[in-house]
Design a binder for this molecule. Structure first.
Ligand SMILES: C[S@@+](CC[C@H](N)C(=O)[O-])C[C@H]1O[C@@H](n2cnc3c(N)ncnc32)[C@H](O)[C@@H]1O
Length: 276
């Protein structure tokens, strides 16, 4: 069913529906309408009295948002590192702080023409491998995930960016499906402690993308062991804000060149780069 609306009336009606379930309901209403009409902020401000047509789809989106389903899953779209990616419930919604992990890799490899072989463990929607492949145009990336649903999302994004030649997806756990010599391992693994109560909107996200084990850092430690065993030259990894000490302790007796930890936008520890 199609209905005609004056933009400002439509925004008011959606705001009233979202209130009080969703904080900042009026902003959320604007975002939903902008996405639905495929218009930008300037259009919305300058067309408050214009008449538009709204179909059931918009009201279905509003209903889902009222139930606290993330905006990105509703609209199948997420922005990361200034690019738009496809997303659905099969994969974790990329977080802004993961952009810092890409910056870490770029910092460690000054020559963007390097012909490196990367592996990514836990590719999810593909954002990390895709941004690395775009930057390091001569590189090859083997991207692993334990979830077939996540690999499906990653495949869609790889095709969207035309990177099928550079990125190969493999189903499996950790580095098990990778037999090639790897120069650089990158990962944003699940690192939350099992049983921790999360905000309600996180219940929509795949739980195996969030929880890393009974302590939380189990996957990170397994990857560290593998990197040291295989003598992979670099390993950049995201981690929890309270995991630095445990990671240092885990590798203190081992043979490697350096480990540098980095902080996120709120000045919490968020990851590290290990050079072997
Ligand atoms: C935190 S998400 C990261 C997704 C994406 N790289 C990002 O940064 O948005 C972790 C991903 O690791 C995958 N995963 C969990 N356990 C794994 C394992 N043992 N081996 C490979 N992938 C795993 C999950 O399915 C999920 O896609």
């Amino acid at each position: 069913m199609r209905r005609r609306y004056i933009v400002k009336d439509l925004l008011r009606e959606i705001t009233q529906t979202l209130n009080p379930c969703i904080p900042r309901a009026s902003r959320e209403a604007q975002l939903l309408v902008m996405k639905y009409l495929e218009v930008d902020e300037l259009w919305l401000i300058t067309h408050q009295n214009s008449e538009i047509e709204a179909t059931e789809q918009l009201f279905e989106w509003v209903k889902r948002r009222k139930n606290n389903e993330p905006f990105e899953y509703i609209t199948n779209s997420v922005s990361f590192y200034s690019e738009e990616f496809y997303i659905d419930e099969g994969a974790l919604i990329p977080r802004p702080e993961t952009e810092l992990l890409i910056d870490e890799v770029i910092k460690s490899v000054p020559d963007k023409n390097s012909a490196l072989t990367f592996a990514e463990v836990g590719v999810g929607s593909g954002i990390i491998s895709i941004m690395l492949a775009k930057y390091f145009k001569n590189s090859k990336i083997i991207a692993v995930d334990i979830s077939p649903k996540a690999l499906h999302v990653a495949q869609k994004n790889i095709e969207k960016f035309g990177l099928q030649e550079q990125i190969e997806l493999r189903l499996g756990s950790l580095l098990e499906p990778v037999s090639e010599k790897i120069d650089y391992l990158v990962s944003n693994p699940p690192y939350i402690e099992e049983g921790v109560d999360l905000e309600s909107n996180l219940s929509y996200e795949p739980q195996n993308a969030l929880f890393g084990g009974t302590v939380g850092d189990e996957i990170i430690k397994e990857l560290l062991d593998e990197v040291l065993k295989q003598k992979i030259k670099f390993f950049s990894c995201e981690m929890g804000y309270d995991q630095q000490d445990k990671i240092r302790t885990h590798i203190q007796e081992k043979d490697f060149k350096s480990i540098e930890f980095y902080k996120d936008y709120s000045s919490f520890d968020r990851g590290f780069t290990l050079e072997v």
